[in-house]
Design a protein around this ligand. Structure first.
Ligand code: FAD
Ligand code: GLY
Length: 394
């Protein structure tokens, strides 16, 4: 076999490309991952690592309310919820598997997420969210101001109520991304860093991928290029409804732990306790930019909101700040499926705020699709590549 011929070429070496590479390589598929920069150098290393299967969603979330349900496979719940919950559940065995294969500890912490309401309006919305999770029969607890004072004594007393989601854990996003890459390599995958795929063309039953370092041939292609996916896919005549959303984060260090659980406010500010007494504070949301500059305004707003939630954070030591680009779609639902015009070009992108959470399930689903096994228990209609009825030029 030709040295640059693979069964599958994956475009993009973030957490999504890495998870897919891992699942395929594990099944003895000959895989190459083509990454224009370093492994997980974009959103996947910028992420806070929350596994927010419940904290990031509610019945009021556009992603849930926009979905047509009940559908055949999920008669009583929006498809996205079982999808996110299943992915969260997959992380626990995956953490062990990845550790065994690569020696990398992905930093799984299962101490839940505490969602805080600071105003009466936020409290009402949070209560509706709490009722929703009760109806979904998922673990959730309502905490009063006094309960919070006992549970997390350093959290502000100036709150109206809180919802605790014990099963929403967190990981180290850079470590998970790296572990997927290394585990795929253990199973025989190749990674080519600093290799940008310029275009893809059909050649008989195969695809020829032109890169800045020559050409690669593959029987199938997976586009997992994060926020850059739509730009790339335009070259194949597919117009997706996608846009970048910049997020800034920062890291501080405290002398001793001041919170056990992740604290998440309705205004989008969250504080995630990380190893070594570090606190990750996130995140801003600036749509329509690929510019990763960290701004004074962004950092000031995060610090202000963090102090409001956790007043003792004032004495923390500054470490660093960074920004990443989230891949958002027009309706907030990722794109997962086959290119409408090219057989065996698969697409997995648009995971927006939840790519770390959704990486395990996305890897398995794309690997199953590539192998012709279908999508199993999940109806992929909501993730369809053609749902926006975009204009095709081919
Ligand atoms: P990326 O990580 O962006 O990877 C895509 C890769 O494709 C990049 O490395 C890029 O260089 C490469 N690429 C692009 N074009 C080409 C090309 N033509 N050729 C070769 N390579 C190419 N999610 C959670 O689940 N939990 C969180 O707590 C969380 N927090 C977040 C906080 C912030 C501040 C941000 C920015 C995001 C956060 N996310 C979180 C979202 C998560 O980071 C993303 O959804 C996820 O990383 C997307 O993964 P990806 O692999 O699709 O994209
Ligand atoms: N999921 C957290 C973020 O995207 O900021």
């Amino acid at each position: 076999m030709n040295g640059n011929h693979y069964d599958v070429a994956i475009i993009g070496g973030g957490v999504i490309g890495g998870s897919i590479a891992f699942q395929l390589a594990k099944r003895n598929v000959r895989v190459v991952v083509l990454e224009k920069d370093r492994i997980a150098s974009e959103a996947s290393s910028a992420a806070a690592g929350m596994l927010g299967a419940q904290s990031e969603f509610s019945n009021e979330h556009p992603l849930i309310s926009s979905m047509a349900y009940p559908c055949e496979k999920c008669p009583s719940t929006p498809c996205f919820i079982p999808f996110a919950l299943k992915s969260r559940d997959m992380i626990v065995p995956l953490a062990e598997e990845l550790k065994e294969l690569t020696g990398i500890d992905i930093g799984l912490v299962q101490k839940g997420i505490l969602k805080i309401a600071l105003t009466e309006e936020e409290n009402e919305a949070l209560q509706r969210n709490y009722e929703f999770w009760r109806r979904m029969e998922q673990s959730v607890q309502w905490l009063s101001v006094d309960d919070v004072a006992v549970f997390e004594p350093n959290v502000t007393k100036n709150l109206r109520g809180a919802m605790y989601l014990p099963n929403d854990g967190q990981v180290s996003a850079p470590d998970l991304s790296l572990a997927f890459a290394k585990a795929s390599i253990v199973y025989g995958a190749e990674w080519q860093e600093f290799t940008e795929v310029l275009d893809v063309a059909q050649e008989g039953d195969d695809y020829r991928l032109r890169t800045n370092h020559g050409t690669v041939h593959a029987g199938a292609v997976v586009v997992a290029a994060g926020a850059w996916s739509a730009l790339f896919l335009e070259k194949t005549g597919l117009s997706l409804s996608m846009y970048p959303v910049k997020g800034e984060c920062l890291l501080v260090k405290v002398e001793k732990p001041i919170i056990q659980t992740t604290v998440f406010a309705k205004n989008g500010c969250y504080i995630v306790p990380k190893k070594g007494n570090r606190l990750l504070i996130g995140a801003t949301s600036t749509p329509y930019t690929f510019d990763k500059k960290v701004t004074v305004q962004g950092i000031m707003s995060l610090l202000e909101r963090a102090q409001q939630l956790l007043p003792t954070i004032r004495t923390a030591e500054w470490e660093r700040a960074w920004a990443g680009i989230r891949p958002q779609t027009g309706d907030g639902v990722p794109y997962i499926g086959e290119h409408p015009h090219y057989k065996n070009i698969w697409i997995a992108t648009g995971h927006y705020r939840n790519g770390i959470l959704l990486s395990p399930i996305t890897g398995v689903i794309i690997a199953d699709l590539v192998e012709g096994k279908g999508s199993g228990e999940f109806d992929l209609a909501p993730f369809s590549l053609t749902r926006h009825q975009a204009t095709y030029t081919v």
